[in-house]
Design a protein around this ligand. Structure first.
Ligand SMILES: [Fe+2]
Length: 388
């Protein structure tokens, strides 16, 4: 196993009389480990910070041959722990204020900017340890500061199930690995921040549309919140979930190209006016496909009025021909539109609209998505708060 290889490489002294061969083998093994580390921890455009932290921890656990690794991000006041049990890492996340308090090992490492090693946790009266240390019977620990660009992001703690010491080579290796992890985490925090800024820009754009169409206030935001719950239940990847959220937020953005007389008409639309209104998915898709970071959301915008039985528009797609994110958006879009007030009708009772979704399952709606929506609504897990 990779970790065993490295541990041997670091610990093993060259056999007497064969120093060159022993050292050479260690060097080759180390190159292999570093290559693996590089490919594992290099910056991934699609990964969010939690994923990057999780990947870094699993790599560190293997490379250092440790029994547990945790990274605490000071800004989040959160600790991510990966343990090794029966040779396989398992993850957990703790919300606790272990990082920033004096008396905590990570605090000392942060303050000094150097690794802090405790050979026997049980005989250390100076530091407070999180409960996970006791639960996992960790005996010794080394804590490395995670610093980058002159700032401290948090700390990396490497735990061992035995009371052991750390060789200078292991200490140097851990320091270098902590720096690599800090760089990857710092990069992903910046990307997360950019994504939040993008989302704020998109929300501002949608609010400007909804200000024009005063009867749909917060409609897109509620649809996004409902769609997010559905996407999470479907175990979508973070990339798919982002596409779904942008698509839900922007699904009606094409209405920006519809004249006020039609968009805000109080009475029933004529056949021609309805034809103009039906252009909004295509207008929206054309607007959004020019924006690079929104490209994955275009199918939700173009196809949110397709029907599962092929009777929708604009492309008359049916079943799985309709992109999944569009099939998802269709259900909360229908639910929210009918349960909120419009100029031409009062809001319908949610139970009536849920009945319509049940009836439309397999016709207007993907039956799996309709069932999921109905079941999570029934369990009270579906709520939308525009101020959230
Ligand atoms: Fe629409």
């Amino acid at each position: 196993m990779l970790s065993d290889t490295l541990t041997r490489a670091v610990r093993k002294k060259p056999p007497a009389g064969q120093p060159a061969e022993g050292l050479l083998r260690s060097f080759e093994e180390n190159v292999g480990v570093w290559a693996k580390l590089y490919s594992d921890s290099r910056y991934d455009e699609e990964a969010d910070t939690e994923t990057v932290v999780g990947k870094s921890l699993e790599t560190l656990l293997r490379v250092l041959g440790a029994d547990g690794c945790s990274i605490s991000i000071a800004r989040w006041n959160q600790e991510f722990l990966v343990r090794r049990a029966d040779g396989r890492p398992s993850r957990s996340t703790h919300n606790r204020d272990t990082m920033i308090h004096a008396g905590c090992l990570g605090h000392d490492a942060l303050r000094s900017g150097t690794p802090h090693f405790v050979r026997s946790i049980a005989h250390d009266p100076l530091h407070y340890y999180p409960s996970s240390v006791r639960e996992n019977e960790f005996r010794s620990v080394v804590c490395f500061p995670l610093g980058v660009r002159g700032q401290t992001l948090g700390a990396l703690s490497v735990y061992f199930g035995e009371s052991r010491s750390l060789s200078p080579a292991e200490r140097d290796l851990g320091t270098a690995l902590a720096q690599s992890a800090a760089l990857a985490i710092d990069h992903s925090l910046l990307v997360d921040e950019s994504r939040r800024n993008y989302l704020s820009t998109v929300q501002a754009l949608v609010r400007s549309l909804e200000a024009r169409d005063s009867d749909t206030s917060y409609h897109s935001l509620r649809v996004t919140q409902y769609a997010t719950v559905l996407g999470e239940k479907l175990d979508m990847s973070s990339r798919e979930l982002r596409a779904l959220q942008y698509g839900a937020m922007l699904h009606d953005i094409g209405k920006i190209g519809i004249i006020n007389e039609i968009l805000n008409k109080k009475g029933k639309l004529t056949k021609e006016e309805y034809g103009v209104m039906r252009e909004h998915p295509l207008i929206g898709a054309r607007i959004v496909e020019t924006v690079d970071f929104l490209r994955d959301a275009v199918p939700a915008i173009r196809h949110h009025h397709e029907m599962f039985d092929g009777s929708g528009y604009p492309d008359h797609l049916a079943g799985s021909e309709i992109p999944l994110i569009a099939r998802i958006v269709t259900v909360p879009d229908f639910y929210d539109a009918l349960t909120t007030e419009r100029p031409y009708r009062a809001p319908l009772d949610p139970s009536v609209v849920l009945g319509e979704i049940r009836k439309g399952s397999g016709k207007a709606f993907d039956p799996d998505i309709a069932d999921l929506f109905l079941s999570i609504h029934e369990r009270g897990e579906l709520s939308a708060d525009p101020c959230a």
